[in-house]
Each structure stands twice: as C-alpha cells, then as structure tokens.
Design a binder for this molecule. Structure first.
Ligand SMILES: Nc1ncnc2c1ncn2[C@@H]1O[C@H](COP(=O)(O)OP(=O)(O)OP(=O)(O)O)[C@@H](O)[C@H]1O
Length: 354
C-alpha cells in the first residue's frame, strides 16, 4: 500500500482501540468528537477494560506519524504542560498533557497525544450571540490571556494563533477558559537565545490571516510582541464584531496594509471603528504593543492593568444586549480530580483580580 500523503486526515482507528504511550500507560479510544486539518480527536480513558464513558476527562489527538503539526504541538506540551506541573497550570488555562506515543494499525503509523478534554470553543459562543461580546467580557478574556501568554513566553514559546476558535471552556467548569491548539507554537527563545529579526517576503503567512501579526506578514519568526498584537486584534474583533480588513481577507497584502494603517494611526484608527463600543483600554493595549521591540520582554502586569475594569469577576458570555447572564447554560460540578486550592481559585480565569 502506498504510504498516506503527509498532512492528510488519518483513517479513523476503531472504537475501543488500545494505545500504549511512551510511559507504558494504556489508553482506550472512544468516539471521535472533533476533527482538525490533519488530526482526529477521540474521547479516551485509562480504564481500558470498559467502553469510554461519555463524561470522560481525556481526549486523544491522533495524526499520521509523518505530520508536522502534532509533532510541534507535542513538543510544546512536553516542555510546558506536563501533568506534574498542573498545580501551576490549573489556573493558567493550558490543557494538561497526559502522555503520547506511536501506534500502528493496518500498516499505517500514527502519532497520538492525550490531553485534558475541553468544552465548547468561544468561536461557537460568539456566533451564537451575534458575533460580539460584552466589553467587560472582552477585557476579562484579555487579562486571562495575558496570564497564559506570560506563562508560555516564560517557557520559551509563543502561541502564534490566538483566536476565539482556539479558546475553549473547561469540560467540567465552563468558567475556566483554556488556550488550546499549539500546532503553530514556536520556540522563539531556545535555551534563552532569542531568534533574530529577519524579514522573508517569500514565506507564506502562518496563522490566521484575520489576526496574524505584522511581523508574520513580513515573514519574520513569531515573537512575544506578535502574540500580543494578535491578541489586540482579537480583542477589537470581539468588541466590534468586525475588523477593518474583513472585506480583503483573500488579499494578504491588503490585510497587512490595513493592519499597518491601524497601528500607525492609533488612537484615532481604533476609536473611529465604533466610538460607542471601543473603550480606551484596547487602544492603550495596542499602543503599548506598538512600542515593543522585536526582542523586548513585555510588561505583563502593565498590560493586565490596561485591561482592568469594574466587573463581577465572573465570565459573562451573554450577548452585548443581554442582561448579565451565566457563562453557559451547562453547569456541572467541578472535576473530582482537580485539587484546586483556595489560593489558586483566586487566580483562575473568572476570578482574576487585576
Ligand atoms: N482538548 C479537547 N477537548 C475537546 N475537544 C477538542 C479538544 N481539542 C480539540 N477539540 C475539538 O476537535 C476539533 C479539532 O481540533 P484540532 O486542534 O485538531 O484542530 P483545529 O484547531 O480545529 O484545526 P487545525 O488542525 O487546522 O489546527 C476542535 O475544533 C474541537 O472541536
């Protein structure tokens, strides 16, 4: 049989298939609950002698062995999100990594990775409520993401693809929001040595064209300021429901020019977008991002301060016109395995005091 093409979706493995990870832990696959560009997401459990329960806390991502994205993602999780660092990670909003390995079935080779199961992504939530979030929610998400990014950056990585589709609620606790999908994450500072600024016009733009940074448009390797610029564009989108370059998304050069104009003409460029909705917080955030050099370490405390606001401290995912509502209609007990101390609870998303 000809080997499968790299970067294709893998043939599904059978329900009940048993995988053994590199630490000899066994995992049983349940039903497929998601599909990305190159991988399938299965419910999974370590109780291999019975079918995977519908409320299991784990998923396994499976791709063909040759695929790049899962390999890159795996490296990130192994370096920064191991289960033994979950004490710290619980409030940082990065799914915990539980194991990984290789498998073979019908002469095909697969790579797999077990991580926390998560709930709905915020793109779906945004679409359900008409495309915009309440300003207080946008700032709340922004502060939480600054925390997550600081942690990732301190671990020598940048995420490079922050967007609502990659923000997922906790499976048990929808108040918790996780930054997921590290397939494009990049080690910008291996062993403490920052990559150099080098433009490469021939390099295609990685990430999501709507939000990707001006550095990425120029083919420069992603760095911390790029992550923050991407976040700034996301915050604007969630506040306004649109971005000035929405109509030219099929033309990366025009998108780049529109982003450059927006950054160049701050604060007016943003304030003009929708004077009633955009507060000064996101403007100040973008102005600070603009002041950062390629290798500069951002002042994360300052950034969180810029996004501070009066709010209930609860995640409110109801639409801008709705009265304050719960983050979701689905409320469940917190997971039995999450040993969250009072101190950590205070630091969790939804309770971040800035
Ligand atoms: N930890 C998880 N828990 C529950 N569902 C998940 C989890 N991770 C991903 N999913 C679901 O599986 C889908 C595919 O996720 P995946 O990360 O493989 O790809 P993607 O981000 O959608 O696309 P791409 O492969 O292009 O990055 C997601 O849209 C989501 O619905």
């Amino acid at each position: 049989m000809a080997p499968p093409k790299k970067r294709t979706l893998p043939k599904p493995l059978p329900d009940g298939f048993i995988l053994t990870d590199t630490e000899k832990k066994k995992w049983r696959l349940g039903k497929i609950i998601g599909q990305g560009g190159f991988g399938l997401i299965y419910l999974a459990s370590q109780h291999v002698d019975k079918p995977v329960a519908a409320d299991t806390d784990f998923v396994i991502k499976v791709e063909y062995h040759e695929n790049g994205p899962l390999f890159a993602e795996l490296k990130f999780y192994q370096r920064a999100a191991k289960a033994d660092s979950s004490e710290k990670l619980d409030f940082l909003g990065i799914p915990t990594y539980w194991g990984s390995g290789l498998a073979e079935h019908n002469d095909l080779r697969y790579r797999f990775m077990a991580i926390d199961r998560l709930g709905s992504d915020l793109q779906k939530v945004c679409e359900r409520i008409g495309g915009r979030l309440k300003p207080v929610t946008v700032l709340h998400l922004g502060r939480g993401l600054v925390d997550v990014l600081e942690y990732i950056h301190e671990n020598e990585y940048v995420h490079a693809d922050i967007k609502a589709a990659n923000l997922m609620q906790g499976h048990r606790d929808p108040e918790q929001v996780y930054l997921a999908d590290y397939g494009l994450s990049y080690r910008y500072c291996p062993d403490g040595v920052h990559k150099d600024y080098k433009e490469n016009p021939k390099k295609g733009t990685d990430g999501t064209i709507e939000y990707t940074s001006l550095d990425a448009h120029k083919g420069v390797a992603p760095s911390r300021r790029g992550d923050l610029q991407i976040l700034g564009f996301c915050l604007l989108h969630w506040l306004c429901g649109s971005l000035p370059w929405d109509n030219v998304l099929n033309n990366p050069t025009q998108v780049q020019e529109a982003k450059a104009r927006l950054m160049e003409n701050l604060p007016d460029s943003v304030l003009q977008m929708s004077t009633s909705r955009v507060g000064t917080e996101v403007v100040s955030f973008l102005q600070y991002v603009k002041s950062l050099g390629y290798k500069d370490k951002p002042d994360y405390q300052l950034l969180k301060g810029l996004l501070s606001c009066r709010g209930t401290g609860k995640l409110d995912l109801s639409g801008p016109g709705d009265p304050a509502g719960p983050s979701t209609t689905k409320t469940q007990e917190p997971p039995a395995r999450a040993k969250v101390s009072q101190e950590k609870k205070k630091k969790k998303w939804g309770r971040a005091v800035v």
